[in-house]
Design a protein around this ligand. Structure first.
Ligand SMILES: *Cc1c(COP(=O)(O)O)cnc(C)c1O
Length: 360
C-alpha cells in the first residue's frame, strides 16, 4: 500500500474512510442543503474548527470550492482598487496575478524563491486596501513567522490583512487579533479529499464588502462575501455545496480535537526537526531553505545535490512512500515532503531512515 507524503493532496486523515462510509450509510449525499440535517452538519464542522483553531466569536466561517476560489472572492468582495502581496513562490504569485486579471492595481514585495521576507524592506503603499500574506509557501517550503504578522498589523492598522495558511493549518497558531481573514483548503493539513475551501473572516471584511457594494461595484454573485455570510449565519450555503466534504471535515476535526492541537503541534515540530536534521546529514540532499527560522514545518523542500529528483522519488516509491517533486521549473532539482498531522512519527522516522539509506 502506498502512503502519500505529497504536499497536497496528501494522505487522508485516518478517520476519513469511516466518515465516508458513515455519510453514505446515513444518506448524507442525498439530503437537501436546506434541511435541518444539513444545518446540523454545517454547525458541527464549524464549531469543531472554532475549537481547534480557537477562532474568536467575531469571526465567521464560510465554505467555497477551493482556496483558489477564496483568492478571487477576496479580491472581488474586499478590494476596490489596490491590494498588496508578499510573494516568495508560485502560490503567492498566483494570488497577485488574480488581482491583475481582475483589473485591480496590485503592488507587491517579492523575494527570490526559497527566501523569506525581510520585514525592514516591506513598504506597503498608503493607498493599499488589503494586504495578502502567505504564511506557508508550499512551492518553496518557506514559512512566515506568525510574530511577523503582528508586526505588519502594528504598522498597518487601517488595512485588511488576509493570510494564506492553506498548507500549514492546523499546525500554525494564528493570532486572530492581528488579522482579518485566514483561509485554507482541506486536502493539505486536514487530510480530507479535495474540493472544499474554508474561509474565516471578520466584520471588517464584511464592512468593506458592504461599502463596495453601496458604491455600485460588483462584488461577485452567489459567492460574494456578503452572500456567503448571509447563508453562513444560518448554517447554510448559497448553492448546493460539497456536503460530503463538509461532513468528513467535521469528523476529521473532531478526531483532531480529541487528540488535542497541542499534541499535533508538538509532533509536527518533532517530525520537521527529524527531517531537516536528516537532510543536513545527507550528501545527496540538502534543505532548500537555509535560514532555519524560515523553514516550513509542514512542507519540507530539499535540493537534490546528486542525480535528479526522480531518482529519490523512485527509491522511496519502491518502499511505498510517495513524495512530491519540486514545484514548476524545480521539478527535477528538488523534492517536497509533506509533514501533516496525518503523517505519524513512526512513518517520518521510516522516511528519515530511507533518506539516509538513499545513495548508500
Ligand atoms: C494548495 C495551495 C493553494 C490552492 O489550493 P486549492 O485548493 O488548489 O485552491 C493556495 N495556497 C497555498 C499556499 C497552497 O498550498
Amino acid at each position: 500500500m502506498k502512503i502519500y507524503l505529497t504536499p497536497g493532496p496528501s494522505e487522508n486523515y485516518f478517520v476519513v474512510e469511516e466518515a465516508i462510509k458513515e455519510a453514505l450509510q446515513k444518506k448524507i449525499t442525498a439530503i437537501s442543503h436546506r434541511s435541518r440535517e444539513f444545518k446540523t452538519i454545517f454547525e458541527h464542522t464549524t464549531n469543531q474548527l472554532r475549537e481547534l483553531l480557537e477562532i474568536p466569536s467575531d469571526f465567521a466561517i464560510a465554505f467555497t470550492g477551493s482556496a483558489n476560489e477564496i483568492w478571487e472572492r477576496i479580491l472581488q468582495s474586499c478590494v476596490e482598487k489596490e491590494s498588496f502581496h508578499l510573494i516568495n513562490g508560485s502560490f503567492s504569485n498566483k494570488f497577485y496575478e488574480f488581482a491583475q486579471k481582475l483589473n485591480l492595481n496590485p503592488s507587491k514585495y517579492e523575494v527570490d524563491f526559497s527566501k523569506g521576507f525581510d520585514l525592514e524592506n516591506i513598504n506597503i503603499p498608503n493607498s493599499t486596501e488589503l494586504i495578502a500574506l502567505i504564511q506557508n509557501e508550499t512551492s518553496s517550503g518557506v514559512q512566515f513567522a506568525v510574530e511577523n504578522i503582528a508586526k505588519i498589523r502594528e504598522k498597518n492598522k487601517g488595512k485588511l490583512i488576509v493570510v494564506d495558511a492553506v498548507s500549514s493549518l492546523p499546525y500554525t497558531n494564528i493570532d486572530f487579533s492581528v488579522i482579518d481573514s485566514v483561509y485554507f483548503s482541506v486536502q493539505k493539513g486536514f487530510g480530507v479529499p479535495a474540493g472544499l475551501g474554508v474561509w474565516v473572516y471578520n466584520q471588517k471584511m464584511l464592512d468593506k464588502a458592504k461599502d463596495l457594494q453601496s458604491k455600485g461595484k460588483s462584488i461577485g454573485t452567489y459567492h460574494s462575501l456578503l452572500e456567503l455570510d448571509k447563508y453562513a449565519q444560518n448554517n447554510q450555503t448559497p448553492e448546493t455545496p460539497n456536503v460530503l466534504a463538509i461532513f468528513v471535515l467535521g469528523k476529521v476535526i473532531e478526531a483532531m480535537n480529541k487528540k488535542g492541537i497541542a499534541m499535533i503541534r508538538r509532533e509536527t515540530d518533532y517530525k520537521a526537526e527529524l527531517l531537516y536534521h536528516t537532510l543536513e546529514q545527507s550528501e545527496f540532499l540538502s534543505p532548500l531553505v537555509k535560514e532555519k527560522s524560515q523553514r516550513s514545518k509542514t512542507v519540507i523542500v530539499a535540493n537534490v545535490e546528486k542525480g535528479i529528483s526522480s531518482d529519490v522519488i523512485a527509491f522511496l516509491e519502491k518502499k511505498g512512500i510517495i513524495i512530491g517533486k519540486g514545484y514548476g521549473s524545480f521539478k527535477d532539482s528538488q523534492i517536497r515532503i509533506a509533514n501533516f498531522p496525518t503523517h505519524s512519527k513512526e512513518l517520518m522516522e521510516q522516511v528519515a531512515d530511507f533518506l539516509i539509506e538513499y545513495g548508500k
